[in-house]
Design a protein around this ligand. Structure first.
Ligand SMILES: NC(=O)c1ccc[n+]([C@@H]2O[C@H](COP(=O)([O-])OP(=O)(O)OC[C@H]3O[C@@H](n4cnc5c(N)ncnc54)[C@H](OP(=O)(O)O)[C@@H]3O)[C@@H](O)[C@H]2O)c1
Length: 271
C-alpha cells in the first residue's frame, strides 16, 4: 500500500487530498501541529511543524510520497531543501507552488522554492495553481469582509483571476502522487474561466443570495499595517493580479483527472 505524507493536512488542499488518497487505497499520514484535533476519516495524524525540524524525519519515515505545501516564509527555500534531504531518495514529491511562479522578487523567492524541489534528487512534480476559490471561505482572507460587509475589497484594476477550486488541485495532486508518468512535470492549474473582480463579486452575490460589490483599492490600502516579507510577497501578488498574471486558463484538471474543473460558481458558501 502506498504511504503518503500530506503536509498541512488541515489546509484547503490537504483535507480534500487526504480524502481522495484514502479512496485510492493509500495509507495517509496527516501532518499537523495538533494531531489530537485532527478528524479526517482514514487519516493517521502525525505531528508536523515547519518551524520544528525535529518533527520532519519521524513524519517522513517509510513514506513513498509526500505532498509538500510550503510555508510562505522568507526562509522557505532553505526549509524545503533541508526537509527533502531527510526523505528517502526514492520518495516522490508533489510540491504546491503557484501560477506564474517564475517572478523573481522578493529575492527570487518563488523560483528558489521550486529549485529546492527540482534539485532535491527526489522524483518531483510541481503544481502551479491560480488563486484558490476557497479564498472566499477563509476568514484570514476574504470570508469576513465578503460575508459581513457585502464588499469585496481587492486591488485588481482590470485584472482577471482564473479562480481554482482547492478540490481540483487536490484531484490533480492525488493523480500525481499515486500514478506514474508525472515525474519532472510542472502543471499550471486553473479554473475554467478568468473573472474580473466585479464579475467575481457578482458570482459571490449569487452564491450568498445578497449583494456583494467589488471595491478597487490601492495595494498599499489592501496591505494595511502588514510588514516585512509578508508585505512584500502580498504586494507582488496583487501587482501580478493587476498585470493579468492569474488570467491564463489551462486544461490541466481535465487532462489529468478526466473531469472539468469547478468554477467559482460551484463554491460552497455558507448563507
Ligand atoms: N490561497 C491561495 O489562493 C493560494 C494560491 C496559490 C498558492 N497558494 C499556496 O498554498 C499554500 C497554502 O496556503 P493557504 O494560506 O491557503 O493555507 P491553508 O491551505 O489554509 O493551510 C493552512 C494550514 O497550515 C498549517 N500550518 C500553519 N502553520 C504551520 C507550521 N508552522 N507548520 C506546519 N503547518 C502549519 C495549519 O495546519 P495545522 O494547524 O493543522 O498545523 C493550517 O491548517 C501556501 O504555500 C500558498 O502560497 C495559495
Amino acid at each position: 500500500m502506498t504511504q503518503v505524507l500530506v503536509t498541512q493536512v488541515r489546509g484547503k488542499t490537504g483535507a480534500p487530498l487526504s480524502a481522495l488518497l484514502v479512496e485510492r487505497g493509500a495509507e495517509v499520514l496527516g501532518g499537523t501541529r495538533d494531531p489530537e484535533a485532527l478528524r479526517l476519516a482514514g487519516v493517521t495524524p502525525v505531528r508536523f511543524a515547519w518551524d520544528e525540524p525535529d518533527t520532519w524525519a519521524p513524519a517522513l519515515r517509510d513514506v513513498d510520497a509526500v505532498y509538500l505545501v510550503r510555508p510562505d516564509w522568507e526562509n522557505a527555500p532553505e526549509i524545503i531543501e533541508a526537509f527533502l534531504a531527510e526523505a528517502e531518495p526514492s520518495t516522490r514529491v508533489v510540491f504546491l507552488s503557484e501560477q506564474d511562479a517564475d517572478y523573481t522578487a522578493p529575492d527570487g523567492w518563488s523560483p528558489r522554492n521550486e529549485a529546492a524541489v527540482r534539485g532535491s534528487g527526489r522524483p518531483w512534480t510541481i503544481l502551479r495553481p491560480s488563486w484558490f476559490s476557497q479564498s472566499f471561505t477563509d476568514p484570514r482572507l476574504f470570508a469576513g469582509a465578503v460575508l459581513d460587509d457585502g464588499e469585496l475589497p481587492f486591488p485588481a484594476g482590470d485584472g482577471r483571476v482564473a479562480w481554482i477550486d482547492a478540490r481540483d488541485i487536490a484531484a490533480v495532486a492525488a493523480v500525481a502522487l499515486t500514478e506514474d508518468g508525472h515525474d519532472g512535470q510542472t502543471y499550471e492549474i486553473t479554473g475554467p474561466e478568468a473573472l474580473t473582480l466585479p464579475e467575481t463579486a457578482e458570482v459571490l452575490s449569487t452564491l450568498l443570495g445578497r449583494q456583494v460589490v467589488h471595491r478597487d483599492l490601492s495595494i498599499d490600502e489592501a496591505l494595511g499595517d502588514s510588514t516585512g516579507f509578508a508585505r512584500e510577497l502580498d504586494a507582488l501578488t496583487f501587482e501580478r493580479v493587476t498585470a493579468g498574471r492569474f488570467a491564463p486558463v489551462t486544461d490541466t484538471v481535465e487532462r489529468l483527472t478526466g473531469r472539468s474543473s469547478r468554477s467559482l460558481r460551484d463554491l460552497d458558501l455558507p448563507h
